[in-house]
Write a protein that binds this ligand. Structure first.
Ligand SMILES: Nc1nc2c(ncn2[C@@H]2O[C@H](COP(=O)(O)OP(=O)(O)OP(=O)(O)O)[C@@H](O)[C@H]2O)c(=O)[nH]1
Ligand SMILES: [Mg+2]
Length: 339
């Protein structure tokens, strides 16, 4: 499956319905001379409810629809008849959506489960009809409450990509190329930095119906956690990936330093990122001949003693299958810890 036009950020205006007015009504029937008050209550306004939907992968549905308004409550009427409740509005969002108040930028809620429902705004309460206000001193009250107003809120929806494997690396190291080779996704690939401006998701299919989701994000550079480059904005996309795949090209001047800088940026952004299981994959192995590659491997064995690494080329396909198998194994080891 390909997730095109990845929309990960959208601003909406939501408004709950106002409560219906309570009725001021006096009972009038043929043989009942002093019927008394029988005004019914106003109905409650409709609320705005957010629902998790595991079939959604993006916030695309909000591209053209940005205003949501729930129904108003109906007014009460005679014979103690209550007004109808206003219609609730259900806003369906993909799992991993965070909703913030656009003005204060505070997080209001987060949806992570399928069918999870959270009330974002309650509708205004309906007003009480005059039948509630009858007292020994006032048998025919001629007042009732008006309904309470609905509330309006400007919200920002943010989607964190929920992928199994998150690609982490400097710009131009071949992250998007790898995703295009492993999945049906068609991310933009070019020989310059920051080709990728938005995250791409792809499903990596393996034999025996095995599959996992991989996320390609814009390149990370030193200082990303402080806002340099694009990394800062996108680091949040890998916060929830189960494992990380660091990509370092074989022609890097200093593989150890590259790895340490990447790891440092992630840790500074969110220390939990550094605790995730990870693998280092050295890309573009086709740039080296066999002899050089062997030498390089020996250096790596020294430099990354206890760290799992592998070498691959998206161009020659060298190491691609074993990379998939290693990722699969690491993902499943991880799951067996959790469950
Ligand atoms: N020789 C060789 N070149 C590769 C390989 N994989 C990618 N490239 C080239 O490296 C350049 C960058 O590739 P991308 O996949 O766009 O790199 P990226 O890491 O996604 O870059 P950003 O999106 O800018 O972070 C392109 O010119 C690719 O053709 C490979 O396995 N071997
Ligand atoms: Mg890219």
């Amino acid at each position: 499956m390909i997730v095109d036009n990845f929309v990960d950020y959208v601003k909406l205006t939501v408004k709950s319905g106002k409560g219906g007015r309570g009725s001021t009504h006096l009972r009038r029937e043929k043989y009942v001379p002093k019927g008394g008050p029988d005004g019914g209550d106003g109905g409650d306004g409709g609320g705005i409810i957010v629902v998790g939907d595991s079939n959604l992968w993006t916030l695309q549905s909000f591209r053209f629809k940005k205003h949501f308004k729930a129904g108003n409550g109906g007014d009460g009427s005679g014979s103690k008849k209550s007004g109808l409740s206003g219609k609730n509005i259900l806003i369906k969002v993909p799992l991993g959506t965070i909703i913030k108040d656009s003005i204060t930028e505070k997080t209001i809620l987060e949806i992570n489960e399928d069918k999870e429902e959270i009330v974002l705004l309650r509708g205004g309460k309906g007003g009480l009809g005059n039948s509630h206000f009858k007292s020994p001193t006032n048998q025919t009250p001629r007042y009732s409450q008006s309904g309470l107003p609905g509330q309006e809120l400007q919200i920002t929806l943010e989607l964190k990509v929920l992928a199994d494997v998150g690609l982490v690396g400097y710009p131009n190291v071949g992250k998007s190329t790898l995703l295009s080779v492993l999945s049906d996704a068609k991310p933009k690939i070019a020989d310059y930095e920051f080709t990728t401006l938005k995250p791409n998701l792809g499903i990596v299919s393996m034999s025996d119906y095995r599959s996992f989701v991989m996320a390609d994000i814009p390149g990370i550079i030193e200082g990303a956690s402080e806002g340099r480059g694009l990394g800062h904005y996108f680091l949040r996309h890998i916060e929830r990936n189960s494992i990380l795949l660091y990509i370092i090209p074989v022609d890097s001047k200093n593989v150890k330093k590259d790895f340490e800088v990447l790891k440092k940026e992630l840790t500074k952004y969110n220390p939990e990122l550094a605790d995730k299981d990870f693998i280092i994959a050295f890309s573009k192995s086709d740039l080296m001949d066999e002899e050089l590659l062997e030498e390089f491997q020996n250096i790596l064995k020294n430099e990354f003693k206890s760290i799992p690494f592998t070498i691959f080329s998206s161009v020659s396909s060298y190491g691609i299958n074993s990379l998939k198998e290693i990722l699969w194994k690491t993902l499943n080891q991880k799951n067996s810890y959790e469950y």
